[in-house]
Design a protein around this ligand. Sequence first.
Ligand code: CP
Ligand code: NVA
Length: 311
Amino acid sequence: MPRHFLTLLDLQREELLALTERAIELKALRGRPEHPRPLAGKSVAVLMEKASTRTRISFEVGIHELGGAPIALVGRDLQLGRNEPLGDTAKVLSRYLSAVVVRTHGHDRLEELAAASEVPFVNALTDSFHPCQLLADLMTIREKRAAGLEDLHVAWVGDGNNMAHSWILAASLLDFRLTLACPEGYRPDEQVLALGRAQKAGQIELCASVEDAVKGAHVVTTDVWASMGQEQEAAARIEAFADYTVTAQHMEQAASDAIFLHCLPAHRGEEVAAEVIDGPASHVWDQAENRLHSQKALLELLLGPQASAPK
Ligand code: CP
Ligand code: NVA
């Protein structure tokens, strides 16, 4: 059974912390002769069934920098786009590749691919989870905050979407406080909340207002109001989320040294005010860069010489 990375719960707490530290080391080693090349002789596919800028480029560059060959695939160009079964596709891809990074729609689609595969599958975003983004977000907090990931309070503002779900799993794994402010009808999935809360005593709270959620938070983060695949709901969502823009006033209510994160792409004036995302508390460009380093650490864990079976 190959080692997949479909959600953050595919990592143990200690592995996630070690991966964060390794990502920081790989960042420092970038471009130096001693940078490791654990993927030498290996090919890794990056298969996209939705748009992507950061994920596809950071994975392709990362695979290359680890000595491997990145193979960029677009779902509709494969026989998959003409309804070849997911299981058959995964079995065939396994015969050529050392791993497959996939961005797709339903999470069940990724689970079906992974179940039939002989090589690791990595979740590059599904409708339900975006775990690779969290690797970069945790790394960015570790870099920017003096106390790192210790005694952490993160505030999530906006849609209870794939990113909110990933923060819930991160909070449960690392046992930090997560306060979420989401409009009625757009709260996180109950099953994901239950899954997060079932793990070791993470403090995951749904708040009645943005003010309640951001009060004293060390990190304030948000995401688009309409995710990929929800374009037709955009107008209704603009109305429903009208009170959920992260503003400079909210940042003032957070901790005095609070940082702002956003996975990007962003819509200024919708989920975040321009003065926040373009202001001094925002670290979104380092956060985007950290996708590269943290995913390299992940690929090293899954495919490198020390690659281990899931614990
Ligand atoms: N944050 C993120 O996943 O960006 P892309 O959609 O550009 O890959
Ligand atoms: N929630 C967004 C994240 C994009 C990186 C989406 O799924 O479109």
